[in-house]
Design a protein around this ligand. Structure first.
Ligand code: PGA
Length: 248
């Protein structure tokens, strides 16, 4: 599997000029790299960035709503598809912290799949859940509910990615160690195999996110067996993000 390296810009940068600069610098730097690089900018920058000539990176969104109609402020998966988005991050812990439930995550995953985008489902335990030994339980629950009623065939065709993002590691500079990331990777793969069977489960990419940087990037793939990374802070610095891409 080619590693998948996803940049989650979150609510950054504050101007389109800076977004353009970062996007074009990353596109240039991604030339000839083995990894697939996906940039997920804020919604408002997507049309402008998708109009730029890019050769080496793909575009994604940080969320996608499951319905069109009277839903003030929401952006649907279909709308994103029209602007060249190929991926959508769903269920990021920063959205769950604002009240997004597993049920909503499930609706969004279904909408993203039917719009023909590749879903990146984020799951992960909080610091407290980790201390209480509940990591496995949390991951199994989030997978079960987030993917509820999605058939094996849909999963097989969806190019689904699961991002293991322990909440305590996000934006803290305190990345998960590779042994723990490996354990989570195994739990996720086993859970997917139990629900969908081996052949569908093996098509799913499992990536790691939480304080990734050029120094720890390779370890998550080589030692923890991850299929790539979801990078927040480091993805806002073109040099750092390109340095991550260059590790693969
Ligand atoms: P971080 O964010 O790399 O800044 O920890 C990762 C994420 O939230 O996806």
């Amino acid at each position: 599997m080619r590693p998948l390296i996803v940049a989650n810009w979150k609510c950054n940068p504050s101007t389109f000029a800076d977004a353009k600069k970062l996007f074009t610098a990353v596109d240039r730097g991604a030339k000839g790299k083995r990894a697939t690089a996906v940039i997920c900018p804020p919604f408002v920058f997507i049309p402008g960035l998708s109009a730029l000539k890019k050769k080496n990176i793909k575009l994604g969104a940080q969320d996608a709503f499951f319905q069109e109609g009277p839903f003030t402020s929401q952006i649907s998966a279909k709308m994103l598809k029209q602007f060249g988005c190929e991926y959508a991050i769903i269920g990021h812990s920063e959205r769950r912290a604002l009240g997004e439930s597993d049920e909503i995550v499930n609706k969004k995953i279904k909408a993203v799949v039917s719009a023909g985008l590749c879903p990146i489902l984020c799951i992960g335990e909080s610091g407290q859940e980790r201390e209480e030994g509940k990591t496995k339980e949390v991951l199994e629950r989030q997978l079960g509910l987030g993917l509820k009623d999605i058939s094996r065939f849909k999963i097989q065709d969806s190019k689904l990615t699961i991002a293991y993002e322990p909440i305590w590691a996000i934006g803290t500079g305190n990345a998960c160690d590779t042994d723990r990331a490996k354990e989570a990777n195994i739990i996720i793969r086993k859970t997917m195999t139990r629900i969908y069977g081996k052949s569908a489960a093996n098509k799913v990419k499992i990536i790691y996110g939480g304080s990734t940087n050029p120094d720890n990037a390779l370890g998550f793939v080589k030692e923890a067996g991850m299929n790539g990374l979801l990078s927040g802070g480091a993805s806002l610095d073109a040099k750092k993000f390109i340095a991550i891409l260059s590790k693969f």
